[in-house]
Design a protein around this ligand. Sequence first.
Ligand code: CP3
Length: 340
Amino acid sequence: MVFIDACLGKPTPYTPIWMMRQAGRYLPEYMEVRKEAGNFLNLCHAPKLAAEVTLQPVRRLGVDAAILFSDILVVPNEMGMELDFIKGEGPHFAHPIRTQANLDALDSDAAAKLTYVYETIKIVRQELAKDKALIGFTGSPWTLATYMIEGEGTKTYNICKREVYKNPEFVHAMLAKLTHVIKGYLERQIEAGVDAVMIFDSWAAALEEEVYFEFSWNYMVEIAEHIKAKYPKIPVMLFPKGIAGYLDNIYGNFDVFGVDWSTPMALAKEKLGDKYVLQGNMEPSRLYSREATTRGAKEIIDIMGKKGGHIFNLGHGMLPDFDPEDAKFLVDLVHNYSSR
Ligand code: CP3
């Protein structure tokens, strides 16, 4: 698999590409399946339908990897938190975790209950072409904790930051519990058939540097090292969004560092290119213009070179009003322009 070879730093005939949120609302075929499921969460819970939407972008775009269709928030959901996706507002937990007693009530064996995810993986791996990779994923402990403490998405993170500075032991207890669940969750995803795993730390940028390493990065590295010790051949990818200023202190045993669009690729290469394979990082909104896409993609490939050590991706997720034809244009461009 070209994608897996690239993750492990081996030479590849071209730069592989996939896109964060490549399955989703910009695809009319996704909207059809979601309608059949009734809503987004039902879709995550229905392995046959979730497998179908996992495969859609591979068929339509020709990307080198599929990413499991699910959501990071199914984990706290199975730990016992009632989850809703409210139209126009996003995710919502009816009962946020604010006390040690709330935390103690959460199930630390939740990984065993996410059977619909493992079932989805088995179906996808059967249907997916042998030369295409399947990526499994989880949210980072910190990013999951922000939703669990706040109860929803937040602009200020004021409740979870109050806890970080006022009750650090409580937050650490929560992060440790999540770390335990996530290790079991990724192990089971690998046993079910994923070829690589990715940890999304979407809300990394909420924390100042020292606090970031203490409350987020350390836990991601603990998970990565656990997986690498047990499954050395499975690439582990970390995506901390918005921490360009902290790159000097990045450490740990993992394979791929996901570069977000606010981090200049040349800077990421200079700081991390010798140690990790880099993934990224075209600003997704360039997809609104073919000219901007062409310039942006070529610039990134010129910086990263054609000798390997790079996986092309967007610097964050696809948006619902993108045109699938523009996404296909990018995939073909990257394959052709990077061809050795
Ligand atoms: O194609 C893929 O990337 C795989 C599927 C995937 C989804 N969510 C599907 C989804 C993945 C990898 C995620 C991860 C996820 N979920 C993250 C981390 C990655 C990132 O984007 O930073 C986060 C923070 C979430 C939490 C979440 N889920 C939010 C904030 C929302 C609502 C925002 C929105 O776009 O409406 C979701 C819902 C969600 N997850 C959708 C999809 C396709 C939209 C649901 C729909 O209405 O159909």
